[in-house]
Design a protein around this ligand. Structure first.
Ligand code: THU
Length: 134
């Protein structure tokens, strides 16, 4: 199966596990990581609204806890949008573990709609060599 199809199915599955009782806006994300594994996430909201977080954030947390550190490709799907561009905060979070050429796939309910690179999703991003990234 193509990576885009694997991530599509994984993102769809992740979306079914969202906790979005307030927005009623389910989102799913799936990451193919450097270790060859697929890590999934959904948005998890909270009654104290600002405490909720995005699907991409959950997937990144799953990847890091799984022991991987690099995103090879990532897919995002939202039930109520033809495609769901990751929010600004998530663009920065994805960039932390991605390269400028990392592929981001935005899916609709039927499959892939739009593919772009990290650099296209977050151009002119924060960069500095004054902080040691380890
Ligand atoms: N959401 C995501 O999960 N990812 C995004 O990139 C955009 C927004 C979630 C957050 C919230 O639970 C719901 O969608 C409505 O904003």
């Amino acid at each position: 199966m193509a990576v885009t199809d694997i991530l599509f199915e994984a993102a769809q599955d992740a979306m079914t596990r969202c906790h979005a009782p307030y927005s009623k806006f389910p989102v799913g994300a799936a990451i193919l990581a450097e270790d060859g594994k697929v890590y999934k996430g959904a948005n998890i909201e909270n009654l104290a609204f600002p405490q909720g977080w995005c699907a991409e954030c959950t997937a990144i947390g799953a990847m890091v806890m799984g022991g991987a550190r690099r995103i090879i490709e990532i897919g995002v799907i939202a039930e109520k949008l033809a495609y769901c561009p990751p929010c600004g905060g998530c663009r920065q979070k994805i960039a932390e573990f991605a390269d400028p050429s990392t592929l981001i796939h935005l899916y609709d309910g039927a499959g892939m709609v739009k593919t772009m690179t990290m650099n296209e999703l977050l151009p002119f991003s924060f960069q500095t060599d004054t902080i040691d990234r380890g």
